[in-house]
Design a protein around this ligand. Sequence first.
Ligand code: PEP
Ligand code: MN
Length: 446
Amino acid sequence: MTSPIESLFDASLVAAQQPNWPDRTKLESAAKELRALPPLVFAGECDNLKAKVAQAARGEAFWLQGGDCAETFVGATADSIRNRIKTILQMAAVLQYGASMPVIKVGRMAGQFAKPRSNDIEKRGDVSLPAYRGDAVNDLKFTEQARTPDPSRLVKVYNTSSATLNLVRAFTQGGFADLRLVHEWNKGFVKDSNAGAKYEALAKEIGRALDFMRSAGINPEEFKTVDFYSSHEALILEYEKALTRIDSRTGLPYDVSAHFIWIGERTRQLDGAHIDFAKKVKNPIGVKLGPKTTIDETLKLMEVLNPDEEPGRLTFITRMGAKNIRAVLPPLVDAVKKSGRSVLWVCDPMHGNTYESPTGFKTRSFDEVLDEVKGFFEVHLAKGTHPGGIHIELTGDDVTECVGGAAEISHDDLATRYETACDPRLNHTQSLELAFLVAEMLRDNK
Ligand code: PEP
Ligand code: MN
């Protein structure tokens, strides 16, 4: 039986990148269980975030979104969650200073458990099994049982997201996120790591600004707590639909699995089920745009997803690759400008820069990541549009998944601590380095 929410969505449309669930009855019973559970976020919080996106789209705020490529159930530990939040807060403090603007802090967290894959099947030697599609679907272990999609995992996604969000809220509201404490961590990074030394001057400037405010007796509430939002790719439509609720204030549907959801590069077909889903929920939403994106698609996405031109509704997350960004982004920015519509432009410098190292690891180079951000800034500066934010795959731990950075991680070093379940992430140090470098770009562009 279709629920009233299900009937909002067009069931005849093709949904790309869905698992081959072997047991539809089990899938329906997982969806039923999810439909009865309380929301993970409130619609009012989604609206608050939308207002902030609108502010960023006007050039008055900067967006920072970061976290794992793929969250895992075993990775949802207190230490790992704390380290990720800490890294994002540290980055945000530096970016805020560089931009002299509020930074909107968004985790790829508390729901980022499902992955699109280029191939349905993974082959190792003579054995072919379904590809790993994230903990929401199956297990990374290469056995038939582990790789068989299991719908009960969707309920575990909800529970793990709920526990993660609980800790996120505790950390960001309970004093842990105080701007002065975050600055102390940044001072530690500058003092204790080779990577940090280069940024001593900027860290000192921030310290002096904080000292100045302290000396003036300024101790605002805003320093003590932060707004931190959750986000993930809306990929498994059974999950997202089951967590779509009618908001009692407005009578409108919201996907209450996260504050912000985005549609990936592989599922953004204009006539597909993902865009139909995104069109019908009222959250602020994002769409990834890869190097082959056409002007026509870009314009249609804006018309379809934001017909009423609601401020803050739509974010374009470009992931062009360092080599392409300077050529591919300008015509798209021109077309959007000419249309008179407003979007927030965010740079994902990760997904266009993935390659396989000679040592056999999926990796990215810090320099290319940085170069894509630079290209993004150059284009927006030349066009008079706002380079509105960055979207980063990162972890708070000292992994070795991306090469380069001041610690000069090499292809041979990748094996030391390569832990990601999917794409390579910047580690804690590389993330902070990137934040300092982007802060310098923001400051120089003012
Ligand atoms: C991702 O963000 O992990 C991802 C798969 O991105 P894209 O859709 O841009 O490839
Ligand atoms: Mn990824």
